[in-house]
Every structure is written in C-alpha cells, then in structure tokens.
Design a protein around this ligand. Structure first.
Ligand code: PEP
Ligand code: MN
Length: 352
C-alpha cells in the first residue's frame, strides 16, 4: 500500500504517520518524490481499510493499494515517478533513468589481457561509452569452455578503470565473491542464469553498490520484477533492469529473441531504469546495430553492447561482438536517433 501525503506535510508528521503504521506491524518506507512524500507500506495489508487509514492524519491525501505482487518495484510504489540510479565513476556521477541521456556500456564478453582491455576501454570511451563491461567470472554452458580469468581479470578491470576513467560493470556469480568484485566494479551484474538465485539476490541486496539485474532467459516479466523485489527488500534500491533476450521456438537465426516490448511494459509497471543488451539478445554482431537503434526508439534508458578488438579471436561471444570501429560507427548513428528523442548527452566542446 502507499500513503500519499499532502504537499508541504511537516517532516515530523511524516515520521509520526510512519511510526503509527510501524506499530501496526507494517514496514514503512519514505519515498521523497519531486512534489510529494509517499510512504510505501510493506507487510500484511490484506485486511486493512484504506479509508480508515486516511483518518490517521489530516495530512494524508490518499491511501492506495498496490495490486501487483511486486510492491517496492512497482511504479505505484513511487506514486508514478521514475527512480534514478546514480553511479559513481572516476569521471563523475552517471545517472540512469527516464529523465536522463541514454547511457552506453561497452566492452568484451570476457576480460582477456591487459593490452586489449585497456585499448577497448580507451576507444569505447572516446566513442561516448560511460561504462566498460567485461566478465571476470563467466557463466558458461559447458564446464570445458573458458570460465573467465577470475581474480586476475578484476585487477585488469581496475587497471582499465584507472586508465580510462570509465565505470566498470562486471558479473558476480557467487555470493562469496561479492566483496571482491565490489572493490573494482561500480555496478554489480547479476546474469541471466542467476536471476532467480534468491540467496545471491538477498546477499547482493544487502550491499550498497548499484546492481544490474539481467532478465533470466526464460523469465516472465513478473518473475523478473519479483527478483528485483528480493534486492529491494534486502535494502538496495539502486537497480537497473537489463533485457537480454529470451528463449523462443526459433533459434536458428538468432541466439535469443530480444523482447523489446518489455521496454514499454516495464516503463508502465516499474519505476526502475531499463537497459537493453542487443548482443546477447541476437547473438550476431550484424544484427546488433539495428536492434540497438530499435531499443533507443522503444525508450530504453541504457544499452549494453559487446565490443572486442578482434572478435574472431575472442575467448567468448566473438560472433556477437562488434569491432572497435563497428562500435564507433554505431555510436554515431545512435547519436542522431538519441538527439531526436532528446535522450543524448550534449557533446562537450573540445577546448584547445
Ligand atoms: C554477459 O553479459 O556476458 C552475460 C553472460 O550475459 P547473460 O547473463 O545475459 O547471458
Ligand atoms: Mn557475453
């Protein structure tokens, strides 16, 4: 349930209302919106009468029931306002959200060696990316495939972060590694295969770094939002959702089916920022530019694109990785589209 307070409600009254509901066995969560303060209530609210609840204070404007099973993740929980995720990077804070420019994340599937990760970081940054992606711990279908370089790859990501100033996004597969990964990463990625690893979600939700939650390959939108709810209920509300394609009957020509309808659907259901990954979504680099543009047109807040200096030699996901030049070209095309939607960062004029 959410309690909408009137504009100008004194802070002390908000606290008093919250404490009253706490004494009813509910968990109040104060959400400061642009105009109003909303108190989200989580707990057993089934038997409560919203009209009676409004009588608690003349400062309460309305009490509304959130019908969806995902409470904190729902758009209503913030009274219709989008949330923003601000990520600290060496180059400053980067905001994700529907009222901000589209954020681009680029880099190889796996971190391979120092030269290639630093080179990739510098080039994608020059093209306009704000984050470098790259896996240190890789979730591979076969135990005989390259599993990622692990801890030593984290050191290489730290090196690329220093050299480029880009933020780092990398996957955590095991809750034992959270602390180690969080020392290097600015955003922790939960991969598709772990979207419903509830113990990982609880643990990652208990730390403070922002989280990128990828959609499970066979997850419904509701299951995905319930996974986000696990993280939110563990205390972390810095979550970005990433659509990365789902399984369908036809996998002959694409690896997954990129569900772009998920973008407007999520927009209506949740306040959380949205990212699209057309690389895993299609499986082929030649389809990535078209689907990146389609994602921008669909209203995504961010894009994640796999980029490799030499895709034919990549240790994982080469076929879906753009070359550095391919990524530069794509960013130029995206800028045209992004500007027409008023979602592209103004270029900072280069001063001599
Ligand atoms: C990845 O981002 O490299 C990855 C493994 O993605 P997903 O979890 O979406 O398959
Ligand atoms: Mn990959």
């Amino acid at each position: 349930m959410i309690v909408v307070t009137r504009v100008g409600t004194p802070e002390a009254e908000i606290n008093r209302i919250s404490e009253e509901f706490r004494s009813w066995g509910l968990t109040p969560e104060k959400i400061v919106g642009r105009y109003k303060v909303v108190i989200g209530l989580v707990g057993d609210t089934a038997d409560l009468n919203p009209e009676r609840m409004e009588e608690i204070s003349p400062w309460i404007e309305s009490v509304v029931r959130v019908e969806q099973p995902f409470k904190r993740a729902s758009r209503e929980f913030r009274h219709g306002e989008a949330s923003e995720v601000w990520v600290n990077t060496p180059n400053g804070k980067v905001p994700f959200g529907e009222n901000h420019p589209i954020v681009t994340v680029a880099g190889p599937c796996s971190v391979e060696d120092e030269t290639s990760i630093v080179q990739t970081a510098l080039r994608v940054k020059a093209a306009g990316a704000k984050f470098l992606r790259g896996g240190a711990y890789k979730p591979r279908t076969s135990p005989y495939s390259f599993q990622g370089h692990g801890e030593s790859a984290l050191d290489l990501l730290a090196e690329a972060r220093r050299a480029s100033g880009l933020g780092i996004i990398t996957e955590v597969m095991d809750s034992e590694d959270i602390e180690k990964v969080a020392q290097v990463a600015d955003v922790l990625q939960v991969g598709a295969r772990n979207m419903q690893n509830f113990s990982l979600l609880k643990k990652i939700g208990a730390q403070s770094k922002p989280i990128l939650l990828k959609r499970g390959m066979s997850a419904t939108i509701e299951e995905w939002l319930m996974a986000a709810e696990y993280i939110l209920s563990a205390g972390n509300n810095q979550i970005i959702l990433c659509e990365r394609g789902i399984r369908t009957f036809d996998r002959k020509y694409t690896r997954n089916m990129l569900d772009l309808a998920a973008v407007p659907v999520l927009r209506s259901l949740t306040h959380l920022p949205i990212m699209v990954d057309p690389s895993h979504g299609t499986g082929w680099s030649s389809y990535v530019p078209a689907m990146s543009k389609a994602a921008v047109a669909a209203g995504t807040d961010a894009l994640m694109v796999e980029v490799h200096p030499n895709p034919s030699k990549a240790l994982s996901d080469g076929p879906q990785s753009l070359t550095l030049e391919g990524f530069e070209q794509l960013m130029q095309e995206l800028a045209v589209l992004g500007k027409t939607f008023n979602r592209w960062e103004e270029e900072t004029p280069v001063t001599a």
